[in-house]
Design a protein around this ligand. Sequence first.
Ligand code: ATP
Ligand code: MG
Length: 454
Amino acid sequence: MSEENKTKKVRKILGIKGMNDILPDESPLWELLENTVESVLKSYGYQRIRTPIVEETALFARGLGAVTDIVEKEMYSFEDSLNGDQLTLRPECTAGVVRAVLEHNLTYNGPKRLWYTGPMFRHERPQRGRYRQFHQIGAEAVGFPGPDIDAELILLCRRLWDDLGLDNIRLELNSIGNAEERNRHRSDLIAYFEQNLDLLDMDARRRLHSNPLRILDTKNPHMQDMVNAAPKLLDYLGPDSLAHFEGVQKILQRNNVPFTINPRLVRGMDYYNRTVFEWISEELGAQGTVCGGGRYDPLFEMFGGRPTPSCGFAMGVERLIELLKAKSDMALSSKVDVFIAHQGDEALLEATVLAESLRNTGLDVVLYCTAMNSGGSFKAQMKRADESGAAFAILIGEDEIKSGQASVKALRAGKDGENQSAVPFENVADYLVEQIVGECECGDGHSSHGHCIH
Ligand code: ATP
Ligand code: MG
């Protein structure tokens, strides 16, 4: 069998459905988002926490509630064949963070502001804005009972949208009270749904007694009028819950954060209480919620900890990236400063030394390396130089080795007429730094080397 036939026989292994590769072209956008998030969270004093991707299955079953969408049908759960442990790929990160806070007693000397980012896994039907591996950025403020922290988390989100240049993300707010208030509402709600049994779809009938609150969250258009007229949880709030809710609203109003109260807004997880909120964009079709959050005071006790009132949010990175992509003025790329082309054995050696010395000064440098399907002529190398987006190319051949001077070529058009200079090897770094400073096209006067995002 010829070599060629052998390779044809090999089965091509593809990525898993609903789990995406994030390719190099998209990476600058991810980095912009990650960097912006990191600096915004830091500016509010949040500290990063990294928990494992795999946790014991019981953590999610207990933490999220057995009758939630996630636990019912979306978890990647498996038995570790090496020791029989029951494990789950995390579908969200709040449960893991709470476990870690308890395990390491992080709140021993007071509350903590924490944040995380990373992949989450849910076995859902893949579609726009809904994947099986997706990424979340989240914050958890643990040990804070007041409405001030709820409002802080919302203000933090607003700042993030502003810094990313995302407008048109609106805020919906609700309070789902405490367990006792929800119970009173729940009995009335079940009675109301029973009176309207013929209008309920299969999903709603199944949830009628297990999780009737979730029926309010239905996306079925035929049920909208009926759920709109259902008893509202807001009308069942006692004075403490009401005061808390009003406290959040007052801070938002004073800080000019517009919001609408959506009495039907509930969160998917059982552990939420009082404040719940969602940030929604109309530009994403059916999957418009870019961030969901709220208060989860009972969760620590459900895990056997001391009462630790807490509030947090999680945002969907893929959905935010889609919004960023749609902004046409976002010209991002991962350009380097310098491309070094060379020909001949001595030129290669000199080029490696020069490349290292330029990197020492902080420049980003691509050195041409022997490439497949390419002859390595200067012409072929210069094509790569253009593709790299470098502002300068340096050519080193026999002549340059003889004269001890590199040929430095400005690749961007419109540079002071002459675009090639002979520069002694030891002066190339100084020469380039001088040329590059003030070069950025954004007009902000910083060096192009700062990876401008304008
Ligand atoms: P939905 O009602 O859309 O299913 P959810 O209540 O399951 O949302 P959360 O668990 O609160 O969502 O997750 C917070 C955010 O994470 C969502 O608002 C969304 O932006 C993002 N998200 C959730 N599931 C997915 C997914 N399968 N793919 C991509 N992003 C997701
Ligand atoms: Mg969901």
